[in-house]
Design a protein around this ligand. Structure first.
Ligand SMILES: C[S@@+](CC[C@H](N)C(=O)[O-])C[C@H]1O[C@@H](n2cnc3c(N)ncnc32)[C@H](O)[C@@H]1O
Length: 257
């Protein structure tokens, strides 16, 4: 496993660009209602993972995306806005090129979130398709990038193993599975993170959840046993949490195939 140091330097051109990207990404949610709009703005501006995914160029140049536990589709709005600004030549010179999404499919358990996504993207969007579904049950089809941001720990360990195996099977050689998990071995930051998670989940209309966490080393061991290569990067900027972004790659085919 590769473990990267935290690097969150925000050069001036990035600081100037981010408000433009945020405006563009949150605009669709105006059609999804007051809550959808302000939730998207809050989430996209306060959670460093959205910026870092683009800045670090983690996704392939183009591809079919599948987001599991996608909520109202904030990640997809972010990717669409990024590509639009990039194609219009409005893009920080020190960022990787914005990926070109060929399709953006999402599954979300809560119908309320799916309704907000429909309000934002419409029900007949050329590439966005967000449906109500339980990731433990739906067919993933094929994708080049699969993402699960902060949603893997809501179901039990056997379910997690099954979902991760099916994600691996849905990806081609060179495909990427990107997730963020809490490191249950991190002590106090993990307990704070867990407490906040339970409170927010309750407020969002779920019952007080049982959360199925693992230590970082156990997540990595599981993912490697399934066939992924893992790059682990802390992803908490400004928050006393124990969140780690795991970039999990399926080995590319060798020259011999
Ligand atoms: C913390 S929220 C994150 C939402 C989104 N990934 C984001 O970053 O904005 C976790 C989401 O996962 C959803 N979720 C939990 N278990 C799920 C499952 N088994 N299948 C699909 N979605 C699920 C929840 O309803 C919730 O919307």
């Amino acid at each position: 496993m590769k473990q990267a140091a935290n690097s969150y330097a925000t050069p001036p051109n990035t600081a100037r660009f981010l408000p433009t990207l945020l405006d563009e990404a949150s605009r669709p949610f105006r059609n999804g209602g007051h809550f959808a709009y302000h939730y998207a703005r809050g989430k996209l501006s306060s959670d460093c993972i959205f910026r870092e995914l683009l800045r670090r160029g983690i996704f392939p140049a183009e591809g079919r995306f599948l987001d599991l536990g996608c909520g109202q589709g904030s990640l997809f709005a972010w990717l669409l806005a990024a590509r639009k600004l990039y194609e219009n030549g409005h893009w920080p010179s020190d960022w990787a090129a914005a990926p070109k999404p060929l399709s953006l499919r999402g599954y979300e358990l809560m119908q309320k979130d799916v309704d907000r996504a429909s309000g934002a993207f419409g029900t007949n969007h050329p590439i966005v398709d967000i449906r109500q579904g339980d990731m433990c049950q739906v067919d993933f089809g094929q994708a080049d990038v699969v993402t699960i941001l902060d949603a893997l720990h809501y179901f039990d360990h056997a379910g997690q193993t099954d979902v991760l195996k099916r994600i691996h099977a849905a990806l081609p050689p060179g495909g990427i599975f990107l997730t963020r998990v809490g490191d249950a071995g991190a002590g106090l930051p993990f307990y704070i993170c867990n407490w906040v998670d339970r409170a927010v989940t309750f407020i969002r209309g779920h019952r007080l959840p049982t959360l199925y966490n693992r230590k970082l080393a156990d997540w990595v061991e599981l993912l490697e046993s399934i066939g992924f290569t893992i790059d682990a990067q802390p992803m908490n900027e400004g928050k006393p949490f124990a969140n780690v972004m795991l970039v999990c790659r399926v080995a590319a085919k060798s020259a011999q195939g």
